[in-house]
Design a protein around this ligand. Structure first.
Ligand SMILES: *Cc1c(COP(=O)(O)O)cnc(C)c1O
Length: 337
């Protein structure tokens, strides 16, 4: 390690938490898989971190389990409450069942049905409230104040961030060789904060690049303002990242350790879903394809060649019926462009 900087104690704090996170009680070590067709087309080595293969089909199980495992016995006895666009909800529901904790989850009314079913089938109570995530969040915080339940943030919590950071621990162990950049989808910033903390502590030369939907680019807005700001509106095609304001804990890391933030359009996401399908025969939800869409944009704009680039394929929770729309858009905007 070279000279410690002002931020090193913060990174060291998170690295310790990441190394100690008991996520493998529930989460699995997912493959870091080559994407041969995409690699050849882009003239770079593209690797997919297959977080869509987790038990709840997204990485959220890592942060949720780590948070719940760290609650006191009294907190566990009083139960938990959370707000989620879906994937965190399923993570909390499964982690709560595993640890014998009662869970109540507030989801926006627009949440895909399979995510609601995913919560209820894991024994948690699902309340549908509000047009989008910020309204569901407000309601969950109100219910938390009125009850003894502990609120479990989907992203703005050091234990959640540390749980998500285990993704980076796996990547560096799975790929000890040359690695130029890791592309991370960004919603509320928990995943990218955990990844940035771990990677910048151990291998600071690896670039950490956030990728946001252009309809919920709250990290980019915060970077420009120098502090978290609330977006006036948020689009929910990429429902897993439809967040209006970056989390404060995550931003404290992202501000100094995220090298760049890109935004992509819904059409770029549809094209990336097809690219991932072509290479892996797996279907990704729109948020799950952000990183691949970001890599394509980054390579094209900067004429990058011969690098090793990792994309976090973060989730697969998409309603089957939505695939028609995705396929149509991908065909229109040319997935191989
Ligand atoms: C939650 C989520 C993200 C973004 O994670 P944050 O920690 O909120 O930034 C990305 N992709 C999927 C599939 C998600 O569920």
């Amino acid at each position: 390690m070279d000279t410690p900087t002002a931020g090193q104690p913060l990174l060291a704090h998170y690295v310790k938490k990441i190394l100690a996170a008991p996520v493998y009680q529930l989460a699995v070590r997912t493959p870091l898989q080559a994407a041969p067709a995409l690699s050849q087309r882009l003239d770079n080595q593209i690797l997919l971190k297959r977080e869509d293969l987790q038990p709840t089909f997204s990485f959220k199980i890592r942060g949720a389990y780590n948070k719940l495992a760290h609650l006191s016995e009294a907190q566990k006895a009083h139960g938990v409450i959370t707000a989620s666009a879906g994937n965190h909800a399923q993570g909390v529901a499964l982690a709560a069942r595993e640890l014998g904790i009662d869970a109540c989850i507030v989801m926006p009314e627009s949440t895909p049905e399979l995510k609601v079913i995913g919560v209820r089938s894991r024994g948690a109570q699902a309340l549908l409230h509000g047009a989008s995530f910020p309204f569901a969040l407000e309601h969950a915080l109100k219910l938390a104040r009125e009850s003894a339940r502990t609120f479990v943030s989907p992203f703005d919590d050091p234990d959640v961030i540390a749980g998500q950071g285990t993704v980076a621990m796996e990547i560096l162990r799975q790929h000890p060789g040359r690695l130029d950049a890791i592309f991370v989808p960004v919603g509320g910033g928990g995943l990218i904060a955990g990844i940035a903390a771990y990677v910048k502590y151990l291998r600071p030369a690896i670039r950490i690049i956030g990728v946001e939907s252009e309809h919920s680019a709250c990290l980019q807005a915060a970077m420009a303002a120098g502090e978290p700001v609330m977006l006036p509106s948020v689009g929910s095609f990429a429902d897993g990242v439809a967040v209006a304001q970056i989390g404060a804990h995550g931003f404290a890391i992202c501000r100094d350790y995220v090298d760049q933030v890109l935004t992509v359009s819904n059409d770029e996401l549809c094209a990336a879903i097809k690219d991932i399908y072509d290479d892996s025969r797996s279907i990704t939800e729109p948020s799950g394809a952000l990183a691949v869409a970001g890599i394509k944009q980054y390579v094209a704009r900067n004429a990058i060649r011969g690098q090793t680039l990792v994309a976090i394929d973060s989730g697969a929770n998409i309603n089957f019926d939505s695939l028609r729309h995705v396929a149509e858009r991908a065909a229109l905007c040319g997935a191989s462009a």
